[in-house]
Design a protein around this ligand. Structure first.
Ligand code: TRP
Length: 433
């Protein structure tokens, strides 16, 4: 049995859901650090230019394809031409592989929420994290738990599940981020932290910095996987694509910068080295929170923040696959969610075990977790984005007119779409590999 094609109940819900998809671990544990390390304000300025003039193009392409065809990612490319069927499948493979490592981190977040909730805090988080993540049972169990918690929402449907989850979690997320950022600014290291993040350093302005900014911008916008296309396919007929895309970019950037305003004052108040990724979120930050007067309160807020950020992104990843399987195999949304969940569960277990028993099992010199992370972010993401731009630019008659209109901006965007963005993406791909 096939369900009727859903639609967001309001424009605001659509924006909140896409922001929920875009705002994830990338905004909190990656952006602030690479901004601080790559020239501060100079990086921010470069990033803003790139995201506003370059990344906006694939973003509008995905939203536009969604609006134009109102289909899941596989059927969309199949309709454009049967010879592009593989593009849809490639997006599905990518977007199904990402949660396989992303949800392992989700499992760790659940564990940390638990320890801050029960106030059973270890003395040394570095030791604690390495001994916890290398266990067999608990991390796998929590990864699956996080997966099931995420799957509930696509299972319940677009309006009753996804929309409700985002409308509840994203405002909470914003509120908590604000509380933590304001608190961080009252700490003694606030000035030093802000200087680390914003102080312009022109010596970093080079090819590497531009590529880093571009890679981060692509990852944070969740493009290249058909996710934005799928969310776009539920939009209302009169939605303005370019406006929505800029709204998304502005919200995403404000949140990423605010995350930095929260993190670095804390980091510098405790005199630890600024860092990114797992060691920042699961070692330095909790260690510092555990030394503050209201340890469990602030620690809990921080991990709730990470939880909301990652689950709303996770929902959008799963929805992309669920929507595709539902239409493609003509099965119910519920059945499709169960299949997607099973596939992710199967691959995420070795990813979780790669911090323990499987740490020596390496393919191309990388553990399962690192391999999934590396190939999806550095190869699939820019490659899929490139193909999507080429198809939208060259294979769909008047695509740009339908999306951007015939104004001056429309013409500029068309040139960007057909020539400039593809060339840049090829460059990103070649250097990335
Ligand atoms: N944008 C997410 C983040 O910043 C990560 C991400 C990449 C993503 N691709 C995605 C999320 C596809 C959802 C769908 O963490």
């Amino acid at each position: 049995m096939q369900d009727k094609r859903p639609e967001w109940s309001s424009h605001l819900s659509f924006i909140i859901a896409t922001v929920g998809s875009a705002v994830g671990l990338g905004n909190i544990w990656r952006f602030p650090y690479i901004m601080g390390k790559n020239g501060g304000a100079v990086f921010l300025f470069t990033y803003l230019l790139l995201i506003a003039f370059i990344c906006i193009i694939p973003l509008c392409c995905e939203l536009g394809l969604g609006k134009l065809y109102k289909k899941n990612v596989i059927n969309t490319f199949e309709i454009i031409s049967p010879k592009y069927k593989w593009v849809g499948w490639l997006c599905i493979i990518t977007v199904t592989l990402i949660p396989c490592f992303y949800f392992v981190v989700g499992g760790w977040i659940l564990n940390y929420i638990w320890i801050f909730l029960t106030n059973e805090l270890p003395v040394n988080f570095a030791n604690y994290f390495s001994s916890f993540s290398s266990q067999i049972f608990m991390p796998c169990f929590l990864t699956i738990l996080f997966l099931i918690m995420t799957a509930i929402f696509p299972f319940r449907g677009v309006n009753k599940g996804i929309e409700k989850a985002n409308n509840l979690m994203m405002p909470l997320f914003a509120l908590m981020l604000l509380i933590l950022a304001i608190f961080a600014l009252t700490l003694p290291g606030a000035k030093e932290g802000l200087l680390f993040m914003f102080k312009p350093d022109f010596s970093h302005f080079d090819k590497t910095m531009i590529l880093t900014a571009l890679g981060q911008a692509l990852f944070t916008l969740s493009i290249g996987m058909g996710t934005i296309l799928t969310y776009g396919s539920y939009m209302k007929e009169n939605t303005n694509i370019v406006k929505s895309a800029y709204t998304l970019i502005i919200c995403d950037t404000i949140i990423a910068v605010t995350a930095g305003i929260m993190i670095f004052p804390i980091v510098f108040s405790f005199g630890v080295e600024p860092s990114a990724g797992a060691s920042l979120a699961f070692i330095s930050m909790p260690q510092m929170f555990s030394e503050l007067p209201f340890a469990s309160f602030f620690g809990l807020i921080f991990f709730a923040l990470l939880f909301f950020a990652s689950i709303t992104s996770g929902i959008s990843m799963m929805e992309t696959t669920v929507a595709a399987f539902t239409d493609k195999f003509k099965i119910s949304r519920k059945k499709s969610t169960v299949i997607t969940t099973a596939v992710i569960a199967l691959i995420s277990i070795p990813a979780s075990l790669s911090f323990g028993v499987l740490s020596n099992f390496k393919v191309f010199d990388k553990t399962v977790f690192d391999l999934l992370d590396y190939t999806t972010s550095n190869i699939f993401l820019p490659f899929n984005t490139l193909i999507i731009c080429l198809i939208a630019g060259w294979s769909i008659p008047y695509f740009w007119k339908k999306i951007f209109g015939e104004s001056f901006f429309g013409v500029v965007f068309n040139i960007l779409l057909k020539f400039i963005v593809p060339i840049i993406l090829i460059f990103v791909l070649v250097t990335g590999i």
